[in-house]
Design a protein around this ligand. Sequence first.
Ligand SMILES: C[C@H](O)[C@@H](O)[C@@H](O)C(=O)CO
Ligand SMILES: [Mn+2]
Length: 599
Amino acid sequence: MTNEPIIRNRLQGEMPKIGIRPIIDGRLGGIRESLEEPTMKMAEACARFLSEHLRHSNGLPVECVVADTTIGGVAEAARTAEKFRKEGVGVTISVTPSWCYPLETIDTDPHMPKAIWGFNGTERPGAVYLASALAAHNQKGIPSFSIYGRDVQDIGDETIPEDVQEKLLRFAKAGLAVATMRGKSYLSLGGVSMGIAGCIVDESFYQDYLGMRNEYVDMTEFVRRMERGIYDRDEYAKALAWTKEHCRLGEDVNPPELTRTAEQKEQDWETVVKMALIARDLMIGNPKLAEMGFGEEAQGHNAIAAGFQGQRAWTDHFPTGDFLEAILSSSFDWNGIREPFIMSTENDNLNAVTMLFGHLLTDRAQIFADVRTYWSPEAVKRVTGHTLEGTAAGGVIHLINSGPAALDGTGEQKYADGRPTMKPFWDVTDGDVESCLAATKWCPAVDFFRGGGYSTDFTTRGGMPMTMARLNLIKGVGPVLQIAEGHSVELPQDVHDALDRRSNPTWPTTWFVPNLTSDPAFKDVYAVMNNWGSNHCAVSYGHVGADLITLASMLRIPVCMHNVPIERLFRPSAWTAFGANEPTGADYRACAAYGPLYK
Ligand SMILES: C[C@H](O)[C@@H](O)[C@@H](O)C(=O)CO
Ligand SMILES: [Mn+2]
């Protein structure tokens, strides 16, 4: 396996850049001249800071573009907008240490996530501009984020205070996520799985809220490509050999009448590996297919996320999609270490979108899971005799599903401190890959899957900070997001085995405990389970609820349930005007008033 992580960037379109707008008091004859240098330096410091600290989720560096000149009036604002358009800027940050003229200098592009950093100094009043410019944004209905450091700095001080850094990064990462999704596709491989409403592709949602397109391919396309050999045969041989070497076979728990023969199992490996190649090619294309004479197939669907229906039309006859879903969702495959793909099981596209949000914000692979069971301490005691303790003392939520829990979800990746983690792919090492594979067994599929195949079985390491999230569509409201930060926990092996056996011992398990608060939906672990809005969730490494909330506000998606401390909420300044003392209600009102970003 290569040590060089592979940067995948086959999606059409350049990566969006961050445009930095140095705003200045336009009064020539002394004032402007005295401000030119500190203003430009502030912009350059901001650009340097963001490029040094951020990467795109595909591993490429984030580029910042600074306006050619400071912006003192509308002509310079227009020239900057023109430059940014040519350069592919998708997010803007205006910076200033002084008073300037808001209506003449603000960025008025309604689709561009935008923030203003008003320097906290008082030789010149940067904060007065900030407040006035935000008032202008709010009056015009073009929301902007406000960045204002807590402590006064001296004019010319080029350092960026920590509180400003945190806001710059949170804003920029979410803004880049908005710009990265735009124009890309969700690829639906199949239709609605087992009547799950999250599989219905609501085109208006994609178009209006995400600026995305929808593509559809019937699952018979897999059959066509398999039977006619429309995949890279050399890569297939390599992938199959890698799979046989690295994917450990798990227990076959099927009763004799449902156990597949050795030949069928052998053939299933071949099929599932081909399915993985084909699903990836459908998403992003493959130049090799053009060399083979399949120019159309070589193009792919420019899909930044996809879902595979599987059940039941496919799985009642063919091997399950678990291998393709799990391996594409992971940060590595037979070609080496690479950006994970966003591939949802059961074609639950609302979970795919949640995973896409998590991935674009954290750069990490995501775990897809059923929100299967709340195990109260009493129920665990009754069934196993064990008293749950520590983080698990108030009960646990069993997250488990066949399919695309990325193998990163084993928690077997480690930095020097040795703690379990899930890394951005560029930090993943060959040792991490080996550990993830060693912790994963591939079990012959059980009775749900009449066509055979293999499901991954692993148990997520405990002690990881994690965020569980889910986007739902609510008639009369639109999309809403729910977020629960918490931790993975490990149960004693015999307790795990007893609970796992009751559900499905051939699937990956994450035992999750949310952080509790005084809010009704977080008053205990049961409440979180009881208030979850769907059968599925996406789980991201880290406590990233604040980042999700910032992103949701940019897209005008209200957050209906979260346990993020109020100090970490960062939304456009206008949200205050919808009710400063009641952030959740204000979020709903603001999102309703502005409507979807691309309406
Ligand atoms: C195999 C079963 O059909 C499961 O896939 C089913 O319970 C679900 O995952 C529903 O989300
Ligand atoms: Mn499911």
